[in-house]
Ligand binder design. Structure first.
Ligand SMILES: *Cc1c(COP(=O)(O)O)cnc(C)c1O
Length: 427
């Protein structure tokens, strides 16, 4: 049996497979470039592990207080090595990306301080952390104010506006690398570097924090290589490599990371407590695989952009532009397209492939949302997943894939669903 036959066995029509396969072939040089970058990042991770003397004993866990947890402490050294920072906090007790970001903010800001976002509105869940949307326990409740400067209509930084927004109370600047669900472009590390230089030139003591979610290993450098004081992210996205079952990280200047540790556990205890239980091995192994997993997800996003742009749909990023995160948005212009796409992703999953996703009223959203995910780790979005609100412009956000071949199959499966529903006609 060859691959073409195997696709047929999985219910993919000949013309669907051929259409996608031809586009794959045309992307070869781009994929080679991604592989080169993955190779570099693989070596970076390996060096970070070797320099930290990762040993077999590091793969074991502790219980209770978790004093002298070699695996935990060494892993934090690995992250510090990798991000070229003084210190890092990498813990299963950090429950998700939002928690990691909230922790970094709440521990490094004090009453009377001001937080500034110079890149527009932050990720949805941070609105409640900051208090943009009224919420119990928000920064606002603790007397920490917030100010925001939007990007200019052409996507550039509003340097004049940022300069005017910075005052003597500005203590921390938060920069979101990925676009999240905003229509703006994702920021490259180079652009983040320019923004940080500008801010540090105004006041060098302002803490520059980068929300690094979905950006890790997409480029050859990370925001801490261009002056960020802290990078923050989730282990059920890129750096967990699909194996981390939970967790978040903060890597950065010693003082920033220690502040976060004292907030996560307790003043006086800081990094000294926090048992790793049995998850250290999957944190190490996941990080080790993360460069190639991220590369596979990137190829999947590029394939999706090329297939759907060619079929006449609007895609962000477009088929040819450079990528700075693993998210792909596709605008279908009607609910049927969003639903068919999500059905395809679900049907391609290793887990729960027999389930049909339906739009539902998710808390916190003003329209029905449809989500497709058949993941080994619940909610993991480094695994192949897609979601979209059922409202104009009827766009779907797609990301992940633990292997390139699975990402490829998932996209081909979406095309099959689109064809079946009469939403696309293949030439
Ligand atoms: C996913 C994400 C978050 C929040 O992470 P959760 O793990 O979902 O809480 C924050 N910022 C950005 C840009 C993200 O993509």
């Amino acid at each position: 049996m060859n691959v073409r036959n195997m696709y047929q066995t999985l219910g993919i029509d000949e013309d669907v497979y051929t259409y996608a396969e031809n586009i794959c072939t045309s992307l070869k040089s781009r994929f080679d470039e991604i592989d080169r970058r993955a190779e570099l990042n693989q070596l970076k991770v390996l060096k970070a592990m070797q320099d930290a003397n990762v040993s077999e004993a590091c793969l074991l866990g502790t219980t209770g207080y978790g004093y002298n947890d070699l695996g935990r402490d060494t892993l934090e050294q690995v992250y510090a090595n990798l991000f070229h920072t003084q210190d890092a906090l990498v813990r299963p007790q950090i429950t998700c990306g939002t928690h990691a970001l909230a922790l970094a903010l709440m521990s490094n800001l004090r009453p009377g301080d001001e937080l500034l976002s110079p890149v527009g509105k932050p990720y949805d869940t941070l609105e409640e952390v900051i208090g943009i949307r009224e919420s119990r326990g928000s920064l606002k409740e603790y007397g920490i104010t917030y100010s925001q400067v939007n990007l200019l209509p052409n996507g550039d930084f509003d340097y004049e506006g940022i300069k005017n927004a910075i005052n003597e109370r500005t203590r921390l600047v938060t920069i979101q690398r990925s676009k999240g669900y905003e229509p703006r472009k994702t920021l490259s590390v180079e652009r983040i570097g320019e923004l940080i230089s500008f801010i540090k030139n105004i006041r060098s003591d302002i803490i520059c924090m980068v929300d690094n979610c979905y950006g890790e290993f997409v480029q050859e450098i990370e925001p801490t290589d261009v002056g960020a004081d802290m990078v923050v992210g989730s282990l059920i996205k890129n750096p967990g490599g699909g194996l981390a079952p939970i967790g978040g990280y903060i890597a950065g200047r010693k003082e920033c990371v220690e502040n976060a540790a004292y907030r996560l556990t307790s003043p006086g205890l800081g990094k000294e407590v926090g048992a790793s239980l049995g998850v250290s091995a999957s944190f190490y192994q996941g990080l080790f695989l993360a460069p190639t997993v991220t590369a596979g997800a990137l190829k999947g996003a590029i394939l999706a952009a090329n297939i759907y742009e060619k079929l006449g749909f609007s895609v962000v990023p477009n088929a040819t532009e450079e990528r700075f995160d693993i998210i792909q948005a596709i605008t279908f212009g009607n609910p049927e397209g969003v639903i068919a796409f999500c059905k395809g992703i679900q049907a391609a999953a290793p887990v729960d492939s027999f389930v049909t996703p339906e739009p539902w009223d998710m808390p916190g959203y003003d329209a029905k949302v449809i989500m497709a995910a058949g993941a080994f780790v619940s909610g993991s979005s480094i695994e192949l997943s897609a979601d979209g609100p059922i409202k104009p412009p009827y766009a779907v956000y797609f990301q992940g894939g633990l292997t390139w071949y699975h990402a490829k199959y998932g996209i081909i499966r979406t095309l099959q669903e689109m064809k079946k529903s009469g939403l696309v006609r293949l030439p």
